[in-house]
Design a protein around this ligand. Structure first.
Ligand code: GLU
Length: 482
């Protein structure tokens, strides 16, 4: 059986559910998704949860919902089904044991009865002699009788790959091109652990084959596993999918992207108010470049533009400044109603009542041109909703004769102002400046302070327009000294 049976491209994202979706994981998911869409193929989600020690309840649900929020809908997967399920490895363990047995029978894997203690001592000795930790092959050539005897005695065992000790493994990767590895450097990998669960290597290879995966697109950290996988494919007589190992993601100081230097959980970026559109666009450019070096791409446009040929060989730096810039760009450019909807939870969390929807839209419009994330919108908006607090210094300015004069003038004129359009309020302000003979910051600072709580901020007409007649006059009136 070969994936060339029909020419459909089938790719998978195969995360281990160990807590959250890492930005590197998102990049892998995105590139797989884009490649599938570009080639009218299938994008599959497979959960690799056979390492029970690292299992975290709820992690899978978290992962699937994050992928959906970002618009990376999969064609097959745990909660959507498909013809090649189950898509959760812990539900397939019987299958892996069956394939491991096949390998034992064909002489490409073997039972290993070494105790955990022996292995620990072995590693310890190797460490002391500055050797790479590796199994020494003690059980590689046990006789049939010896094996049967140990099985009869119920001695715990694992199944190991009988990796050739001589020669080289040579394989091709679309990005790394020809890769050669000395076989003597490759360990006899455990395939089935003593708890009967498979390791990543066996389960991954078996599933990629059974799920008819045509291209394996994943992070470069998996490149070193390829010789073992290569041998597994060969032993089973299966064709190996095409390999595409993506360049590493780095911190700005060029160390490997890690939690220590900032957030790596995609959920945290969403919580902080980064838009899915911006995250997708930003992540797409980590290791891939557009034909025209354009920076702004929607998911739909990426689906058209993506190609494996444009994946860079060099590692990609995660530049948060660029993400901030992009997020700001999307905040300004996307439909105002969409941004308003996305910002709602942030207002709700801050206890701000946004039931006046006309005012709310104006507030959003005002804020979105000034911020780079949804959470920052609150900083620029709360003054429109809550009573203002003034410092002693603010009070000094408020009580100045000039300020008081402006406040009284404005109260009077705004009362009679019929149109509340930005333009008409702007004319009213111009007129006020002329008639009062107070200009520049001497005019703007006390008024902005009275209405917005700060001397600096949005244009005055915008503030007055958002607050509305009643609230504007109320804010001015309470500052008038009797
Ligand atoms: N389960 C592996 C991971 O957590 C999958 C690696 C692969 O794609 O083969 O990333």
């Amino acid at each position: 059986m070969s994936f060339k049976d029909n020419n459909e491209v089938r790719v998978r994202f195969a995360p281990s559910p160990t807590g959250f979706l890492h930005v590197g994981g998102l990049r892998t998911a995105l590139f797989n998704y884009l490649f599938a869409r570009k080639n009218s193929g299938k994008f599959i989600l497979r959960i690799e949860d056979t390492d029970r020690k690292r299992y975290i309840p709820g992690a899978m649900e978290n992962l699937t919902s994050t992928l959906k929020i970002l618009g990376l809908h999969y064609d097959e997967g745990p909660d959507v089904g498909g013809n090649y399920g189950p898509y959760i490895q812990s539900e397939r363990t019987e299958l892996y044991r069956k394939f491991a047995k096949k390998l034992v029978n064909s002489g490409n894997a073997y039972y290993c009865f070494c105790s955990a203690e022996r292995l620990k001592n072995l590693r310890e000795e190797q460490r002391k002699s500055k050797l790479d930790p590796m199994y020494d092959g003690k059980c590689r050539n046990l006789s049939k009788d010896e094996i049967e005897e140990k099985l009869r005695l119920n001695i715990p065992f694992v199944i190991r790959l009988k990796f050739p000790k001589e020669g080289k493994t040579i394989f091709y990767d679309k990005i790394r091109e020809k890769v050669e590895v000395e076989n003597s450097l490759v360990d006899d990998q455990v395939l089935i652990k003593s708890d009967g669960f498979p390791t990543y290597h066996l389960a991954n290879v078996v599933d990629d084959h059974l799920m008819k995966i045509t291209h394996i697109i994943r992070g470069e950290e998996w490149l070193s596993s390829v010789p073992k996988h290569f041998f597994l494919y060969k032993s089973f007589g299966w064709e190996i999918p095409k390999l595409v190992h993506l360049p590493l993601l780095l911190n700005p100081d060029r160390s490997k992207l890690s939690k220590r230097q900032g957030d790596v959980a995609v959920e945290n970026y969403l919580e902080k108010g980064y838009l899915p559109e911006a995250l997708i666009n930003f992540i797409a450019l980590l290791g891939w470049h557009a034909p025209d070096d354009r920076e702004i791409y929607s998911l739909k446009e990426l689906e058209q533009a993506f190609s494996l040929k444009r994946i860079n060989k060099s590692n990609a730096v995660f530049d948060i400044e660029k993400l901030n810039w992009m997020n700001g760009w999307y905040l300004r450019k996307l439909d105002i109603n969409y941004i308003a909807e996305k910002a709602k939870p942030f207002f709700e969390k801050s206890g701000i009542d946004i039931s006046d929807s006309k005012k709310y839209l104006m507030v959003i419009q005002n804020a979105r041109v000034r911020v780079s994330s949804l959470s920052e919108i609150i900083e620029y908006s709360k003054m429109f909703y809550k009573d203002l607090d003034f410092t002693d210094e603010d009070r000094e300015l408020i009580n100045e004769e000039n300020s008081q004069k402006i406040y009284s003038y404005l109260i009077d004129k705004l009362k009679g102002q019929e149109s509340w359009s930005n333009d008409d309020i702007n004319s009213l302000i111009k007129k006020a400046i002329g008639e009062l003979g107070i200009k520049g910051k001497n005019f703007y600072f006390p008024v902005r302070l009275a209405l917005f709580g700060k001397c600096h901020g949005p244009d005055l007409p915008a503030i007055i327009e958002i607050l509305g007649r009643e609230e504007t006059i109320k804010r001015l009136k309470i500052l008038i000294n009797k």
